[in-house]
Ligand binder design. Structure first.
Ligand code: GLC
Length: 412
């Protein structure tokens, strides 16, 4: 059966490849994650006092957008309202539990979208559907859904063209009618090209939902290849992940993933054509924590070294490698992602050439004319036999080690 052709906005979203997730709200002041109110059972009356100390004093939207851009991210998804129910945007009278009615005294989403546009990053809005603030959520669900639509309509009409909306929380009432068609109709009316995502959560990774949705989500877990044969609509895929164990700021969470782990995860997402949405959790006053900024910078340096064409534009092509190795294709170019090469140097200073040597890739339907490393233009010897090719992969010259190295092949 045929694979559906992606709508233009979905095809463009897939080419974004890498985005930065931002979880920032009143909870950031407590430094114990975004679920702190629920997990610690903080009474609503006490929790909502956090609005009185929310200053956004160090929230520099331009600096954050520049950090994302330097990391190689093409879009940012920022929590405009998380489960706590506090809005970083002006809710235009829906309630006063929003940033303009806090010591921050301003519309932080306005600053966010303006900064994104200034630096050429596409702004996406995360918006919770699970709400711990609005009593209608538990006592008058239909009224709550109207409140949700009214809130989303503000985001779709007050901030210019947006990249998309990322909903999260429907999993909290699995048997309720969330009136999704009515919600997505509001978006399509004002933002016809917006990507719509609704997170299926930790226990339903990759599941498809409402036909208006444009991407499936893989929360915290590696994405699996999507079998789109026979699908009525081509859906993109996106994997979202924390750098440590928390989405919202975790002041005592030092359990960070390594830079190699993050680089390999980015590659693993692109291996199956999925986007990688990597999270930062700014501090109470709105700064990205130094470790998260450093890891983002490291990813940006890696992308600069290996080049970006393979990452953003190339797609899965049915060519397999051994182990973690894989290949992507973009027109007359094929990109081979090679893992676990070692630094070649003196036996007194480096571990001898581990990992270098012939790497097998199978399933090719093209003839290769030439192969070179993208990070140094070194030409690589190869031997192709029909659909199989072995590439003689050299180790890193002393002074370089890229975790994943990319070889670019010119195709006949
Ligand atoms: C889960 C968490 C939520 C977080 C989301 C990010 O749904 O409940 O706090 O924003 O994952 O994917």
């Amino acid at each position: 059966m045929a694979i559906p052709v992606p709508e233009k906005r979905v095809a463009e979203f897939e080419q974004f490849g890498f985005g930065m997730f931002i979880h920032w709200g009143l909870y950031s002041q407590l430094g114990r994650g975004e679920w702190v109110q629920h997990i610690e059972g903080i009474p609503a009356f006490d929790y909502q006092k956090l609005q009185n100390t929310f200053t956004a004093a160090k929230f520099d939207a331009h600096k954050i957008a520049e950090t994302a851009k330097a990391a190689g991210a093409k879009y940012i998804t920022l929590t405009t309202r998380h489960h706590e129910g506090f809005s970083l945007y002006d809710t235009k009278g829906l309630n006063t539990f929003d940033a303009p009615h806090s010591p921050a005294g301003r519309d932080l989403i306005r600053e966010y979208v303006d900064a994104c546009r200034d630096v050429g990053i596409v702004p996406f809005f995360y918006h919770t559907t699970l709400d711990w603030y609005n009593p209608d959520f538990n006592h008058n669900f239909k009224a709550y859904l109207q409140y949700l639509r009214d809130s989303v309509e503000i985001l779709c009409t007050e901030y210019g063209k947006i990249g998309g909306l990322w909903f999260d929380g429907n999993w909290s009432k699995p048997n309720e009618d969330w009136e999704e068609d009515a919600l997505y109709k509001v978006i399509r009316k004002h933002q016809p090209d917006a990507i719509i995502v609704n997170n299926t959560g930790l226990s339903h990774r990759g599941e498809q939902g409402n036909c208006e949705l444009d991407s499936v989500t893989f929360e915290q877990g590696r994405p699996t290849p999507m079998d789109r044969e026979g699908m009525t609509k081509y859906m993109a895929a996106e994997m979202c992940q924390t750098m440590n164990a928390h989405w919202g700021f975790g002041g005592a969470d030092v359990n960070y993933k390594s830079l190699p782990n993050l680089i390999e995860t980015l590659c693993a997402c692109r291996k199956v054509g999925a986007n990688y949405l990597l999270n930062v959790g700014p501090t109470a006053e709105g700064e990205i924590p130094y470790m998260q900024e450093a890891l983002l910078r490291g990813i940006g340096e890696w992308i600069k070294n290996v080049g970006s064409d393979a990452l953003y534009h190339a797609k899965p092509c049915g060519v397999s490698g051994t182990g973690k190795n894989f290949a992507l294709k973009d027109g007359k170019k094929m990109y081979f992602f090679v893992h676990d090469l070692a630094v070649v140097g003196d036996s007194n200073v480096t571990v001898e050439g581990g990992g270098a040597g012939e790497k097998l890739f199978t399933g090719l339907t093209d003839e290769i004319k030439s192969v070179r490393w993208t990070d140094c233009d070194e030409t690589l010897a190869f031997n192709q036999d029909g659909g199989n090719v072995t590439i003689n992969c050299t180790g890193y010259p002393y002074g370089k080690s890229l975790v994943v190295r990319i070889a670019e092949a010119e195709l006949a």
